[in-house]
Design a protein around this ligand. Structure first.
Ligand code: ATR
Length: 282
């Protein structure tokens, strides 16, 4: 592109609250440039009470958005049309704004979780999902699709039982993790880079029982506290970076009609996260 951005530049982005921690602009924009797309990706911090007005106001302005905490369920509600996976999960993490007030909702988190679990390379038959928001719905759907038995634990118990027949009480999680092959953490705890719902002592005990791997859908520059604790306990662990990039490449497909350049996106995300090169394979 000669002079970019210009008067024809399209807008895509991310809507969340908060979004200041997000790596998405740092890997979307290099990927857009690499693909020769005249578009920019911006992050918008929109509180829940402003979400619907923001999305409707962007009709005709933006092509669409990735959606993150805490809007994935509200995004589901606002759509006029949804993908099958979005219908099945009840959560939407991609909004495509069409003409005539049409809003299409997709869920590419399911694809992202599936890829991240595959990268852990463990033979998991049972999994405990921590949390019951939009990311948890995607995780439950992805795990069920692989034939893995799922239980859900959430701070607010009622939300866990709405998601899964099998639940674990939040106060029992530290003891219960040893009964599962895999833990998928989807709450917002850890976004501050300091707190973790599971400490190394609980993880070490669980490692002596069944627990083989932890997927933390949170990502922060460096290691999340949960991934750090899991690795210290000798458990294979992966944070949300790979999931983030895989869901983004599929979001790109919904927005632009072809899959995003995953390797460019992943390499830029790894660099933006301040990680060492070497694990650059998405
Ligand atoms: P998303 O849709 O992106 O998953 P969300 O719907 O806001 O975001 O869900 C956030 C999840 O983090 C919920 O499971 C929430 O638990 P509640 O249902 O009890 O609110 C969980 N969560 C947030 N803060 C938490 C905390 N301090 N301790 C435990 N769980 C927490």
């Amino acid at each position: 592109m000669e002079s970019f951005p210009d008067a024809r530049t399209e807008l895509v982005g991310l809507v969340g609250h908060p979004v200041a921690h997000s790596l998405s602009p740092a890997f979307w924009n290099p990927a857009l440039r690499d693909a020769g797309r005249n578009a920019v990706f911006l992050a918008f911090d929109v509180p829940p009470e402003g979400f619907a007005a923001f999305v409707h106001g962007m009709a005709g302005v933006a092509r669409g958005f990735n959606v993150t905490i805490p809007h994935k369920l509200a995004a589901y509600q606002i759509c006029t049309d949804r993908s099958e996976v979005a219908e099945a999960t009840g959560a939407v993490n991609v909004l495509v704004l069409g003409p005539d007030e049409k809003i299409f909702g997709g869920n590419t988190d399911v694809h992202g979780v599936t890829q991240a679990i595959a990268a852990l390379d463990v033979d998991a038959r049972t999994a405990l999902v921590l949390g019951a928001g939009g990311a948890a719905r995607a995780a439950v759907h992805a795990l069920n699709a692989q034939g893995i038995d799922v239980a859900v634990a959430n701070r607010t118990d009622g939300r866990a039982s709405a998601l899964s027949e099998r639940t674990v009480a939040w106060d029992d999680v530290r003891q219960a993790i040893g009964d599962f092959d895999l833990v998928v953490h989807t709450t917002s705890v850890g976004l501050d880079g300091r707190t973790t719902v599971l400490d190394v002592g609980a993880l070490r005990t669980a490692a002596g029982k069944n627990l083989k791997a932890v997927l933390d859908v949170v990502y922060v520059p460096g290691e999340t506290p949960l991934v750090h604790a899991a690795r210290a306990a000798g458990i294979r662990a992966e944070d949300g970076l790979r999931m983030l990039v895989h869901q983004a490449a599929e979001a790109w497909r919904l927005l632009f009609g072809s899959a995003g350049p995953i390797d460019v996106m992943y390499a830029a995300a790894v660099q933006a996260a301040g990680r060492a090169a070497g694990g650059n394979q998405a």
